[in-house]
Design a protein around this ligand. Structure first.
Ligand SMILES: [Zn+2]
Length: 341
């Protein structure tokens, strides 16, 4: 189901930087794809993209979403030696950032490259190079420019509050793995686009009027807070958890029964499990121990809808993530069944 299309759009979307709050570049990419597929869209004030797809019965409105925003860093301050102190945007797993390449985008006209390093980055010089904590207090950015002072950095146009993009290092292997940062939740963005393509090509109408949301600022907690109040059901697509005692894995679609915010809607979750079971999908049901989703954001914003969460299993989340195309396709199939059956 749309595997070639997925392989085509994954690099475009994954390699376009989009940490929470920095949305216009990736929105251009998504809007281009939507336009090519023949869809119209609405851009909401918080830059969420909304695509409305008419159903067979338009008296009921259901919604799905994926969040486009990812994790990143921002310049917290400039050191006297020309390095940058950082603050996190969302919750990247800090120790995994040590040694990663990055880009710094100034607010007006500059783009620079750099490397995220510990503050004791050389084994030949620093006694604590191995033991220095890898947290945001002890990580810095070394800019790839001849800067020797704070003034040199300011002259480049770099200032506090500029975004630092972490290199996603996106690769699709011959064995079908997608390894990259920010599979959470760009894999879901790609599968919803692939689903829109599938619906268009097969000339299929969903059962009900369906709102597709491509959401920003989920990683900072309030992504889908602008969901339309008339929505009665909301099935968001976000990453499935993998590890420890959980059933989730990189080949299956996870259906979440509960996360940190409590249980998802019983009837809706049961409906999804039933659809997965009856159609022989590779699925698991799990609880996600340290997790919140856009359903929670919509509920807290006062949207009176039933809510459920499905998504491809993603290993090493918020670090160097990995999933398999199989998990993305299983999630797409389940969403297709939900929208059409
Ligand atoms: Zn997510």
């Amino acid at each position: 189901m749309q595997e070639e299309f997925l392989k085509k759009i994954i690099p475009n979307i994954f390699l376009t930087d989009s940490p929470s709050g920095f949305d216009y570049k990736v929105n251009d990419v998504i809007i281009n794809i939507l336009t090519e597929l023949g869809y119209t869209y609405k851009l909401l004030n918080k830059n969420t993209i909304l695509v409305k797809v008419e159903g067979i019965d338009n008296s009921k409105i259901v919604a799905t979403s994926a969040h486009v925003d990812t994790l990143g860093l921002m310049v917290r301050s400039i050191n006297n030696d020309g390095t940058l102190n950082v603050t996190n945007v969302g919750g990247p797993l800090a120790p995994t950032l040590d040694g990663e390449y990055c880009k710094i985008e100034t607010r007006f006209d500059g783009n620079y490259t750099g490397t995220i390093l510990s503050k004791s980055p050389s084994i030949h010089v620093f006694e604590d190079s191995k033991t220095m904590p890898r947290d945001f207090e002890h990580l810095l950015v070394r800019i790839d420019e001849e800067v020797k002072s704070k003034e040199d950095v300011l002259k480049l146009g770099i200032n506090n509050g500029d975004y630092i993009f972490i290199d996603p290092k996106t690769v699709i292997t011959n064995s079908g793995f997608l390894k990259s940062r920010f599979i959470d939740d760009k894999a879901s963005v790609c599968l919803l686009l692939a689903l829109l393509k599938e619906i268009k090509e097969r000339n299929i109408k969903p059962k009900y009027m369906t709102y597709f949301y491509f959401v920003h600022q989920e990683e900072v907690g309030h992504g889908a807070s602008a969901l339309a109040k008339e929505i009665s059901e909301f099935v968001t697509c976000d990453m499935g958890c993998v590890g420890k005692d959980l059933a989730g894995n990189e080949y299956a679609v996870s259906i979440a029964a509960k996360d940190s915010g409590g249980p998802y809607s019983y009837e809706l979750t049961t409906k999804l499990i039933k659809l997965a079971k009856e159609n022989n999908l590779n699925y698991v049901v799990d609880i996600f121990p340290f997790y919140g989703s856009d359903v929670g954001a919509a509920w807290r914003a006062g949207v009176d809808c039933k809510g459920a969460l499905i998504g491809p299993g993603v290993a090493a989340s918020h670090g160097m993530e990995r999933t398999h195309l199989k998990a993305i396709i299983e999630t797409m199939k389940l969403m297709y069944l939900y929208l059409t059956k």
